[in-house]
Design a binder for this molecule. Structure first.
Ligand code: MN
Length: 327
């Protein structure tokens, strides 16, 4: 399919280039490093070859979220966003930006998002899970009350918010002891991000701000497959709906979330997600440079869905959500 739009696609700046180095063997890392640095060379050539018209670019992970010092986090976020704006400016027909945000200080994060959307022309934000704040041992999640004014700003700016994975902190990894292979994209990324998304839903955030749109990668971090059981289990236990939110989880999932195909190029999982969310809330993505564009595109272009749905998922849903012009 020509004209695809991909939106979980990363780059690095020198200060964040080494992030997640420990997950990969050296040989793989050298390849990832050069992919992460490149925007207008091999990346663009692959986009041409595999029918990707536009990429929404975002900083790699965990980057800003793993900088406990709030002022340093702000400095790196600004630097990455300014760099990204410059790159997008060279080829606005092929690249658009998603903001990195210093969530360590919710007020500063809201201001930086406003700057990115209103001055740099970015289409939304991509944040790498919880933030470490002041102390490297903290993990602060965005359902907490201090983030409500931030979310009000996100809603006011009408900016989609991509909640991207990161690994749990070492102190929260006991369940993986002796099984380090489960960290990262194999399992821990999805677990960490799905719980964060459920915390947002259960907190009542979407009752207060019903127009918020959260984007999850990897075909929803396993949530489509789990959604019925989550609500069913909450429906019969005695403390039914004891969370702050007013509705069932699936009501928020279907109204306030979009998911992408990043790093999950599997037809069975896509069909399940389509049955839960509908084709209007699913968007094509690769997860370059950590996944291959050719793997993503070859699978998506030939997977057995209707051509109408392929056009929505591959292109028009992203155009509508990120206001990329006429659908
Ligand atoms: Mn990613």
């Amino acid at each position: 399919m020509q004209g695809k739009i991909a939106l979980e696609e990363h780059f690095a700046i020198p200060e964040t280039l080494d992030n997640a180095h420990d997950i990969f063997p050296d040989r793989v890392w050298r390849e990832l490093e050069s992919r992460n640095r490149d925007i207008h060379g091999g990346r663009l050539a692959l986009m041409d070859e595999y029918g990707i018209e536009t990429m929404l670019l975002s900083l790699n992970a965990p980057a800003v979220q793993a900088i406990p010092d709030p002022s340093r986090a702000y400095e790196i976020a600004r630097k990455a966003n300014d760099f990204l704006a410059e790159q997008v400016g060279k080829r606005p027909d092929r690249f658009q930006g998603l903001a990195a945000l210093p969530m360590q200080d919710p007020e500063v994060a809201a201001r930086e998002l406003e700057r990115c959307v209103t001055q740099l022309g970015f289409r939304g934000a991509l944040v790498n899970g919880f933030s470490q704040v002041n102390d490297a041992e903290t993990a602060v999640y965005y359902d907490l009350p201090q983030y409500r004014p931030f979310w009000a700003a996100v809603e006011r700016l009408d900016a989609p918010f991509y909640l991207h994975p990161r690994n749990p902190l070492p102190r929260d990894r006991r369940i993986y002891e002796g099984h380090a292979w489960l960290l990262g994209p194999v399992w821990a990324f999805g677990q960490e991000t799905a719980v964060h998304a459920l915390r947002l839903m259960g907190s009542g955030l979407f009752d207060a701000h019903p127009r918020l749109q959260i984007v999850l990668g990897h075909l929803g971090e396993n949530l489509p497959y789990a959604m019925w059981r989550i609500d069913n289990a909450n429906g019969w236990v005695e403390n039914r709906h004891s969370y702050a939110a007013k509705k069932r989880m699936r009501d928020y999932f279907c109204a306030n979330f979009h998911i992408t195909t990043s790093g999950n190029f599997h037809t069975q999982a896509l069909l399940d997600a389509m049955l839960v969310l509908g084709a209007d809330r699913i968007l094509f993505s690769a997860d370059w440079p950590f996944e291959n564009i050719d793997h993503a595109a070859r699978w998506f272009d030939s997977c057995p869905i209707s051509e109408n749905d392929r056009m929505k998922i591959g292109r028009t849903n992203a155009m509508r959500l990120f206001k990329l012009g006429e659908v």
